[in-house]
Design a protein around this ligand. Structure first.
Ligand SMILES: C[S@@+](CC[C@H](N)C(=O)[O-])C[C@H]1O[C@@H](n2cnc3c(N)ncnc32)[C@H](O)[C@@H]1O
Length: 339
């Protein structure tokens, strides 16, 4: 499984050929890239060949683990990982004991027996890491492989805001390994608040892809967060969510203010911002928190700004119902960059 083989709201994977072209044409310096809201990491991955230093950040625990698994250039034993894969796929689900995952998510997000298997594997990865049978890199690869594998059979529409009720869960869990990315680039990984990190990073380009609306990523992907952290908190409500954490100001009415603060503090030569024009959406939770006019005004204070747009349907085979749905990219040439 490759880095883009996961379902993630707002992933820019399909837009990357277009975005890469825009960067090459409009950002004269592109050695170092600061991917401020990294998400899946596909933006960094797709731009590795036109950069030499990559700084990638996201405040979710699961995304940090994925970055360490895919991007960190540390040695790992492929044969050992294949043995783990074989062992996990040969386990007899029926004979496994009830565990945290089956108790909380069984016959909800996963088939009951698959949930038992996922819980068993998570514990086994932890025990083997603590007993030093796995290096740190191998630990992150196995953990990421577990999450990417269960994402494929999760009983959801792609995120974990809720599970699908009233239907027999069809897909079955199979443990597959991810393929880490090999690169000679210098990679720096962070799990920080975007606005705090922006105060200390210097780069040629800042890539800004914040959440668009009031839907919090930490709530959408809570199952991934809970399984990565493995602190086994009490889960509540129909959707079995953990206590709130990493609630983003970009999903609140403060979004324009925090966006302006972020842009003001950035010490980069070029700023690339992606956004889409669903701010007049009928559903309030999917309505944009910052308008395009606000983004333009804030960026123009920082330097000359160009706006590029494309029809969303071009990348989604016409699957969206919003016929006027456009993807936008703003590119700002910063006037006051400090060497
Ligand atoms: C639109 S997604 C980015 C998608 C990414 N460009 C991709 O292609 O996969 C926005 C990301 O910002 C993260 N995020 C939201 N608020 C944040 C904050 N204050 N600091 C750091 N990350 C934040 C979310 O966890 C989410 O992964």
């Amino acid at each position: 499984m490759k880095i883009n083989n996961r379902r993630y709201t707002g992933s820019k994977y399909k837009l990357m050929p277009w975005i890469k072209e825009l960067i090459l044409e409009n950002c004269p310096e592109h050695d170092s890239l600061f991917d401020v809201f990294g998400g899946t990491g596909v933006v960094t991955a797709e731009l590795l060949d036109i950069t030499t230093t990559n700084i990638i950040n996201d405040f979710l625990f699961s995304n940090e683990v994925f970055y360490k698994a895919f991007f960190e250039q540390k040695k790992f034993n492929k044969n050992k990982l294949e043995c783990y894969k074989k062992k996990y796929n040969e386990l007899d689900k029926n004979s496994l004991k009830e565990n945290y995952v089956s108790l909380n998510y069984g016959d909800k997000y996963f088939r009951y027996n698959d949930a038992k298997l996922i819980g068993f594997i998570r514990e086994d990865i932890q025990v083997n890491f603590e007993n030093k049978n796995l290096s740190e890199k191998e630990y992150y690869i196995l953990l990421t492989s577990l999450l990417y594998s269960f994402d494929r059979c999760a009983n959801t529409v792609g995120h974990y805001e809720a599970y699908i009720k009233g239907k027999k869960i069809k897909s079955e869990f199979i443990f597959e390994l991810i393929e880490p990315i090999s690169t000679t680039n210098k990679i720096l990984i962070f799990r920080n608040d975007a606005n705090e990190l922006a105060k200390i990073v210097k780069a040629d380009i800042a890539f800004i892809d914040p959440p668009y609306n009031s839907r919090q990523y930490s709530r959408f992907y809570h199952v991934l967060e809970t399984i990565v952290k493995w602190e086994k908190p009490e889960l509540v409500g129909v959707a079995m969510k953990p206590p709130e954490e990493n609630m983003s100001n970009y999903c609140r009415n403060a979004a324009p203010k925090v966006f302006e603060e972020l842009i003001t503090n950035l010490n980069v030569k070029n700023i690339v911002v992606t956004y889409n024009n669903t701010y007049d959406s009928k559903s309030s939770s999917s309505r944009n928190k910052i308008t395009l006019e606000q983004i333009k005004e804030i960026l123009e204070k920082k330097g000359k700004t160009q706006i590029f747009e494309t029809n969303y349907n071009r990348f989604n085979a016409g699957k969206t119902s919003a016929s006027n749905h456009k993807e936008l990219v703003f590119i700002t040439r910063v006037g006051d960059y400090n060497e």
